[in-house]
Design a protein around this ligand. Structure first.
Ligand SMILES: *Cc1c(COP(=O)(O)O)cnc(C)c1O
Length: 423
């Protein structure tokens, strides 16, 4: 057993503030509020300086004092520190002065932001002595649990809705995990997981390990600040499924400001969803924090299709508190968003990235993100995982025989003529 961390002190109820020991528990016994990791910031302040951080390896663990484990990370030591890309061509296309893309499509090892949350959850699961880990997932979480459990030598079960994309299903099966596909939507998968978690003593990443899992998302916010030269971005656009990533980005910016690592000069966090499953965005637009569940999500953005978002209420408060707003887009706009990001920046995102890009476009058009300001888009998963969403929607290759004459007649001369018309 590792010595307790001097920085990560307790779990704490978000509602009443009651403190709990750092065990595999996730709800308050008194008011059923979610438990969240709490830290001793006075102990962290002198240790976690800009200089100390910059001297450490390029992974999400360079902020380890702000992560909820006791010893050294044992799972996912390479995760994070993905590129922050200055997206000048996309900025021009969207009509905004300055734009960046936080590119988690190239996160290690499973090409989505979920590697961040899983490396924390499984490192903590090992500290707590779990030998079997599991999750309910819309796809990316399953991929990451399967891969990271395999490399850590843990047994794993991943439970998914039966209608997920091929790439997501195969991207779990290949690691030799136990994939259980459920006839039903994510909410039903999740409910089943809560029953299983109570029964077999497994470490469920998004149930009894959720307080640990959720904290991993903060590292995306820490990295954005560091990569911007120790600044909080004026605007951040974040895709929302359960709403956890958005809530934790907000927490990350607040923690960095509190520790004096960045100055808080004012920032807004905006949420993005697909219209076919937009319970948080719709509540925000109605001006309420009462999130109405979506019984039958219907969108190509399956990774975001959570009808009853666990952190919806807190995401709404984070957006309101920072002067942010929510937006949602149709499946057609999602495809346009994927293509726009790819054509402008050479980044192939999954459907969630199309949601974020298309929502950013709408937020800029409506003035909610002013054109003379600066924004960061959180692009959270790779496009090769959701190919069926765009197959047949990006044109087709032009087919010719291996003949120079055919190339010249059918390709080169036609393109030259089109270029002449365009010029
Ligand atoms: C899980 C996920 C998110 C965010 O999920 P939250 O539950 O809101 O934290 C965003 N994008 C992708 C691709 C995801 O897989």
């Amino acid at each position: 057993m590792d010595k307790p961390s001097p920085y990560f002190s307790n779990l704490k109820c978000r509602e009443c503030g009651r403190l709990y020991p750092k065990q595999a528990i996730h709800v308050c016994d008194f008011d059923f509020g979610p438990l969240e990791a709490a830290y001793d910031y006075e102990a962290i302040r002198p240790v976690l300086t800009r200089k100390a951080i910059e001297s450490r390896p390029h992974s999400m663990w360079r902020y380890r004092e702000l992560l909820p484990i006791d010893g050294d990370p044992t799972v996912g030591q390479q995760v994070g520190f993905t590129p922050l890309v200055k997206a000048d061509r996309l900025a021009k296309a969207l009509g905004i002065r300055e734009l960046y893309v936080k590119n988690d499509t190239v996160n290690y090892p499973t090409l989505s932001f979920k590697d961040r949350v899983v490396s924390v959850a499984l490192s903590r699961a090992c500290e707590l002595g779990f030998r079997t880990v599991a999750c309910a997932s819309t796809g990316n979480l399953a991929n990451s649990v399967a891969a990271n459990a395999a490399s850590a030598g843990l047994k794993s079960y991943v439970l998914i809705p039966a209608d997920l994309e091929q790439g997501k299903v195969l991207g779990s099966l290949v690691y030799g995990t136990n994939v259980v596909a459920i006839h039903g939507a994510y909410d039903q998968v999740n409910r089943l997981c809560s029953e299983i978690a109570g029964k077999y003593g497994w470490g469920f990443v998004n149930v009894n390990l959720r307080p640990y899992y959720a904290e991993g998302s903060k590292t995306m916010g820490f990295e954005i600040c560091e990569q911007l030269g120790w600044k909080i971005p004026r605007h951040t656009v974040v895709p929302m499924a359960s709403g956890s990533l958005l809530t934790k980005l907000h927490k990350a910016y607040g923690e960095f400001a509190r520790l004096g690592l960045v100055e808080d000069t004012g920032f807004s966090v905006h949420g993005a969803q697909a219209t076919g499953c937009a319970p948080i965005s719709h509540a925000m637009k109605r001006g309420t924090d009462l999130v109405k569940p979506v019984a039958k999500p219907d969108t190509i953005a399956k990774s975001l299709a959570i009808g009853t978002p666990a952190d919806g209420y807190y995401a709404i408060h984070a957006m309101k508190q920072t002067g942010g707003s929510a937006e949602d887009v149709t499946d057609e706009e999602v495809v346009e968003g994927i293509r726009l990001l790819a054509e402008c920046e050479g980044i192939f995102a999954e459907t969630a990235g199309g949601v974020t890009t298309a929502c950013a476009k709408k937020l800029i058009e409506s003035g909610k993100i002013p054109r003379d300001q600066s924004a960061v888009l959180c692009i959270t998963g790779h496009g090769l995982k959701t190919q069926e969403a765009i197959i047949g929607k990006c044109g087709e290759p032009r087919l010719i025989n291996p003949s120079l004459r055919e190339f010249e007649e059918q390709i080169y001369s036609k393109d030259a003529a089109a270029d002449a018309v365009a010029a």
